[in-house]
Design a protein around this ligand. Structure first.
Ligand SMILES: C[S@@+](CC[C@H](N)C(=O)[O-])C[C@H]1O[C@@H](n2cnc3c(N)ncnc32)[C@H](O)[C@@H]1O
Length: 207
């Protein structure tokens, strides 16, 4: 685990209870299903789960991957994922990295992510680091919520974007150097106080 620099852990204190929320389990299940369509169907590859958290997406994609590099800035979320890792059916590498500020030092064939992008203030810096972490021709598939009115989270500290405008986000990926960028519906997140549509954005690093 790369843990040399102290990093702000905004999820400290939430990791143990994070998985015990039915609507969260449901939407990650549905997002994982849409992300799976972007994995190579004929072979298992190494992918990075960016903002892996406690591993809700990692554990759902593990049967379809050779290895998952689970990256998160939060020591406590990664520690919770570490408790599950040995039971998962693929190799798991755990990395505590702030991908907005730091690079993952190797390359993977694909990057996947659920519900992390809206926690990133400096998206252009993040996208540069994600692009550099992809092999030439590598793919990215991430899910997040569409623009919302600020009611999605009960507490908005650590929330840098109230969802995303799809076209504006595509443009940021284009400016970062990604190609074959497309955005489609993923699911609708049903929370007790409202429904929030979510998208899947897919893209590639040029070969
Ligand atoms: C809402 S949680 C989503 C976790 C998981 N993907 C899921 O869907 O259950 C967002 C995660 O992104 C992580 N995160 C936020 N900013 C990050 C950054 N700059 N680099 C790496 N991880 C980050 C947080 O620590 C947190 O675990």
């Amino acid at each position: 685990m790369a843990t040399s620099t102290p990093r702000e852990d905004k999820f400290h204190g939430r990791a143990q209870e994070y998985d015990n929320v039915d609507f969260r389990q449901r939407y990650v299940e549905e997002m994982a299903r849409s992300i799976r369509e972007y994995l190579p169907q004929d072979r298992k590859v190494t992918i990075m789960d960016f903002g892996a958290g406690t591993g809700l997406l990692t554990e759902r994609l593990a049967p379809y991957a050779e290895k998952i590099v689970a990256v998160d800035v939060s020591e406590s979320m990664i520690a919770r994922l570490a408790e599950k890792a040995s039971a998962l059916p693929c190799a798991i590498e755990l990395e505590t990295i702030d991908l907005q500020k730091e690079k993952y030092p190797k390359c993977v064939e694909g990057i996947v992510s659920t519900m992390t992008l809206h926690h990133i203030g400096d998206i252009p810096s993040l996208l540069k680091n994600l692009l550099d972490a992809l092999e030439p021709g590598g793919f990215l598939a991430l899910c997040d919520i569409d623009s919302e009115d600020g009611t999605f989270h009960t507490v908005n500290s650590g929330v840098m974007h109230y969802g995303f405008d799809r076209e504006a986000l595509k443009q940021l990926f284009e400016e970062a150097g990604f190609i074959e960028i497309s955005v489609a519906d993923s699911t609708v997140v049903h929370k007790p106080h409202g429904d929030y549509p979510a998208f899947i954005l897919s893209a590639r690093r040029p070969g």
